[in-house]
Design a protein around this ligand. Sequence first.
Ligand SMILES: C[S@@+](CC[C@H](N)C(=O)[O-])C[C@H]1O[C@@H](n2cnc3c(N)ncnc32)[C@H](O)[C@@H]1O
Length: 311
Amino acid sequence: MFEFLFPFFLVVLFLIVLSKIWRNNARKYISSDSVASAYDAWTQDKLLERLWGEHIHLGFYPTGKKNIDFRKAKVQFVHELVKWSGLDKLPQGSRILDVGCGIGGSSRILAEYYGFNVTGITISSAQVKRARELTPQRLNCNFQVMDALDLKFEDGSFDAVWSVEAGAHMSDKIRFANEMLRTLRPGGYFALADWNSRDLGAYPPSFFEKLVLKQLLEQWVHPNFISINEFSNIIRTNENSSGRVSSENWNSYTNPSWYDSIIEGIRRPSVILSLGPFAIVKSIREIPTILLMNWAFRKGLMEFGVYKCRG
Ligand SMILES: C[S@@+](CC[C@H](N)C(=O)[O-])C[C@H]1O[C@@H](n2cnc3c(N)ncnc32)[C@H](O)[C@@H]1O
């Protein structure tokens, strides 16, 4: 009997040790500094960029099915959000603020295809350095290290404010919205995409969902998630917004990204191998969180919110 159960015990022990390592190395949100350190590390080890390219956000799959390449789907996402939010109505040379700009993926498209004059800000100095390296001189793009919760720009400095998948890292969503809308000129365009939870007050999470949410928060430096309705209300009631806010749930367009992000690693094993043995461990380490994200977005526990309004 014991001989029969021994391998089983070994597997369970192995899984417990693995999960302990995973949880002990969690990237919990403590302050903006913890977000900065996480993104500095993700940028410096080059794994994310080599695997997923210069955009750190989900892709847009028009049919909701995996029928385009992950990197193309990311570029398409930027164009879809531009179109949906009306930014394409702005003339060339318009001043755009990209809040939480990563390594400048969106900023460069906004400058290159739409002729905008883009300022990208991120809390990570390594991202600013990399964004500058990746951006050709001919583009009107500049990048600065700055906290989105304390923007160093005058009121009404921008014709549009753009932010993609940065809000989930903000501990104070009201201040996040205040700062963005303060720097938007009256009549300017506001376009934002973010990870939200469903309305947890109206539809409380089950015990299992609570465990999943805890992991999603603690693994990728998120202080909290709020619902699409909650964030829409924050924008609607802001003194600098026109009050007419539109929001949508883009889960069906973006969900294929989760499996795609894993498949990229399988399609491009040389990318991971060329970065050495630690890269292999690091990439395997992200898989449980990606699978949990996939589960949460497919079940509707998480929602991909997009928002637009005018200043
Ligand atoms: C998921 S990445 C998205 C990057 C970029 N928008 C893109 O789509 O490629 C989140 C970004 O938000 C930035 N961020 C998080 N908290 C921030 C804060 N308090 N101030 C400024 N940027 C912040 C991160 O540094 C990172 O660049």
